[in-house]
Design a protein around this ligand. Structure first.
Ligand SMILES: *[C@@H]1O[C@H](CO)[C@@H](O)[C@H](O)[C@H]1NC(C)=O
Ligand SMILES: *[C@@H]1O[C@H](CO)[C@@H](O)[C@H](O)[C@H]1NC(C)=O
Ligand SMILES: *[C@@H]1O[C@H](CO)[C@@H](O)[C@H](O)[C@H]1NC(C)=O
Ligand SMILES: *[C@@H]1O[C@H](CO)[C@@H](O)[C@H](O)[C@H]1NC(C)=O
Length: 226
C-alpha cells in the first residue's frame, strides 16, 4: 500500500468511527397515548378541536428512549417538520393525534412540529419523517386501549379504579404491561392521564419494556368522563 493511500484509509476508518458514535440512535420507543378527559379537567385550560370532543385515547407521541431511561431530545436541527412528506397521513392524524392546547399553540401543525423536532429527530436515521408518523398511527390502530379497558369493565365514568386492574387489563389485551401516568383534576383527584407502551426501535412492534419508568400515580385512580 502506498503511503498516501494508507493515510486515506486511516482517515476513512476514523470517519466511520465518528459516524457510528454520532448516530448513537435510540434503543426503543415509548408510544404514549393520553386520555382527553384527564388533559382537559385540570386547572389548565384546554380547547377541543372544531370537529368536537374525541371519544377515544389520542396520541401524544412516539418517544425515542435509551436503555438508561434518558429521552434524547432535539437531535437534528437541520431536519424540519415538513407536511409535504406526510400528506397522506394528515387526515388520520387529525382524528387520532389532535391538539388540545388553546391560543398560540392551538394548531395541530404546532403540536406535530414539536413532536417531530423534539422526539422524532432522535429516531433518525432508523425512522425518517414519514416512517415516524406512520409508525405512531399504525400502533394506535393496532392497540385500542379504550376498548380493552371497557372489556374489563373499566369505563370513563368518573369512578375510581384500581391501578393494578387497569394494568392487568392492558396486559391481557396487548400482551404487555403498560406504564400509567396520572395527573390531578381541578378538585385534586388523581386520575388516569397517559398510557405508555414500549415499541421496538424500528417502530414496528410492541415489546416488553426493557426499563422501569417512574410516573406519578396512585393505587386507586379516577377514570374521568370526557
Ligand atoms: C444514556 O445513554 C446514552 C446513549 O448511550 C448516552 O449518550 C447518555 O449520555 C446516557 N445518559 C446518562 C445520564 O447516562
Ligand atoms: C418538503 O418535502 C418535499 C418532499 O420531500 C420537498 O420537495 C420539499 O423541498 C421539502 N420542503 C422543505 C422546505 O424542505
Ligand atoms: C374530580 O374528580 C372527582 C372524583 O371523580 C369529581 O367528583 C370532581 O367533580 C372532579 N373535578 C373536576 C373539576 O373534574
Ligand atoms: C390515593 O388512593 C388512596 C386509596 O388507594 C386514597 O385513600 C387517597 O385519597 C388517594 N390520594 C389522592 C391524593 O387522591
Amino acid at each position: 500500500m502506498q503511503f498516501s493511500s494508507l493515510i486515506s484509509f486511516h482517515l476513512l476508518v476514523l470517519q466511520c468511527l465518528c459516524y457510528l458514535c454520532l448516530v448513537q440512535s435510540h434503543d426503543f420507543l415509548f408510544f404514549v397515548q393520553m386520555w382527553p378527559g384527564a388533559y382537559c379537567d385540570t386547572k389548565r385550560t384546554c380547547c377541543y378541536p372544531a370537529a368536537g370532543k374525541p371519544t377515544d385515547f389520542t396520541i401524544h407521541g412516539l418517544w425515542p428512549v435509551f436503555n438508561n431511561v434518558t429521552f434524547p431530545e432535539d437531535c437534528n436541527p437541520n431536519s424540519h417538520y415538513n407536511e409535504t412528506k406526510i400528506s397522506d397521513l394528515i387526515s388520520e392524524m387529525q382524528k387520532t393525534w389532535p391538539n388540545f392546547n388553546c391560543g398560540k399553540k392551538s394548531t395541530t401543525t404546532k403540536f406535530w412540529t414539536h413532536e417531530w423536532t423534539k422526539h422524532g429527530t432522535c429516531a433518525l436515521p432508523v425512522l425518517d419523517q414519514h416512517g415516524y408518523f406512520a409508525a405512531a398511527l399504525s400502533i394506535k390502530d393496532k392497540v385500542n386501549i379504550l376498548q380493552i379497558l371497557k372489556n374489563a369493565g373499566i369505563q370513563p365514568d368518573g369512578k375510581l379504579y384500581k391501578l393494578d386492574d387497569i394494568k392487568e387489563a392492558i396486559k391481557a389485551g396487548t400482551g404487555y404491561i403498560p406504564v400509567i401516568e396520572c395527573n390531578t383534576n381541578a378538585s385534586g383527584n388523581i386520575q388516569l392521564y397517559q398510557v405508555y407502551l414500549c415499541v421496538d426501535a424500528a417502530g414496528s412492534d410492541l415489546i416488553e419494556c426493557p426499563v422501569t419508568l417512574k410516573r406519578a400515580c396512585n393505587t386507586s385512580i379516577e377514570f374521568p368522563i370526557i
